[in-house]
Design a protein around this ligand. Structure first.
Ligand code: NDP
Ligand SMILES: O=C(O)C1=N[C@H](C(=O)O)C[C@H](O)C1
Length: 269
């Protein structure tokens, strides 16, 4: 049995994770964390799930309930808040595991998470679905196979109108994979203006579309002269991410300190 505290519990992902965690016999929901603005709406996860057999207090201050948890699953809508939670989890008196799904971290924030993972096990992944983690592998294989063969690379993602960060964390990771596989280092975000000599081959272009209720879509296009390959993942439900987060919490419970990702959890490495 793994006891989880879910941070960002009243958000789109937090509620979905709570529902799937409740349904999993190997998981016990021990508490929830919310923003100070939101926390007064519900005092207990039982009110969110409408289940009398849940007893899991919701607070804006993780330190008040951290001792109840084995693992903190963090999908808070603030990277500063998540970083604060990682510091608390890594403190000597706590040493709790973390599963982090929040995206949009700065390089400095990521470096601090990397340092703190020397003390506690952390799964950090911008996308916890099986399909997208397989897409990462397919993109790497395609990019290596097509390197220096005259294919232009474009990345397109689309998400719902409420998403804060652009491009998505998944697109950022795809770009990292493409840079490593191809050696191309120049990345442009959107496009406007004139190419006197046509599109340069030594750049990767990224387009972030936002609108409506799109759960999440990512396409990597390899466009050559006379042929085009497109690798696409479309999320139809947030359950795919939440399921991954719950699996990651079960997986990380007994792992040694270190920084892990979903490819580790899914055995895709
Ligand atoms: N890794 C993955 O597989 C996936 C990652 N994501 C990422 O997860 C994050 C959340 O997405 P989503 O659920 O759609 O966003 P939501 O805005 O629906 O939820 C975020 C929640 O976090 C709350 N929050 C804000 N500050 C704090 C705090 N200090 N402590 C605890 N909770 C806080 C927000 O409250 P308030 O509204 O009051 O600010 C809100 O309820 C995003 O970064 C998104 O990109 C999303 C899907 C999949
Ligand atoms: O905010 C979202 O909704 C999503 N965010 C993640 C990201 O930024 O990649 C994953 C997923 O695409 C949904």
């Amino acid at each position: 049995m793994v006891k989880v505290v879910i941070s960002g519990i009243m958000g789109r992902m937090g509620r979905t994770i709570a529902r799937l965690a409740y349904e999993d016999p190997e998981v016990q929901i021990a508490g929830g964390v919310e923003s100070p603005d939101c926390v007064h709406f519900h005092e207990n996860v039982k009110d969110i799930l409408n289940k009398e057999d849940v007893d899991a207090p919701i607070t804006a201050d993780l330190s008040k309930i951290i001792e109840r948890a084995d693992v903190i699953i963090d999908f808070a809508g603030s990277t500063e808040a998540v970083l604060g939670h990682v510091r608390l989890a890594a403190a000597d008196q706590n040493r709790k595991c973390m599963v982090i799904g929040t995206t949009g971290f700065s390089d400095e924030e990521l470096e601090e998470i990397r340092q703190l993972s020397k003390d506690i096990p952390i799964v950090l992944a911008p996308n916890m679905s099986i399909g997208v983690n397989l897409l990462f592998k397919l993109v790497e294989d395609a990019a290596k196979a097509l390197k220096d063969k005259g294919f232009d690379i474009e990345v397109v993602e689309m998400h719902h109108r409420y998403k804060k960060d652009s491009p998505s964390g998944t697109a950022v990771k795809i770009v990292d994979i493409l840079k490593e596989a191809t050696g191309i280092q120049k990345v442009i975000y959107g496009r406007e203006g004139i190419y006197e000599n046509g599109r340069p081959s030594d750049e990767i272009a990224v387009f972030a579309l936002r609108g409506g209720d799109v759960v999440g879509e990512h396409t990597v296009i390899f466009a050559g002269l006379g042929e085009r390959i497109e690798l696409t993942h479309r999320a139809g439900s947030r359950d795919i991410f939440a399921k991954g987060a719950v699996e990651a919490a079960k997986w990380i419970k007994d792992k040694p300190p270190g920084l892990y990702d979903m490819m580790d959890v899914l055995g895709l490495k």
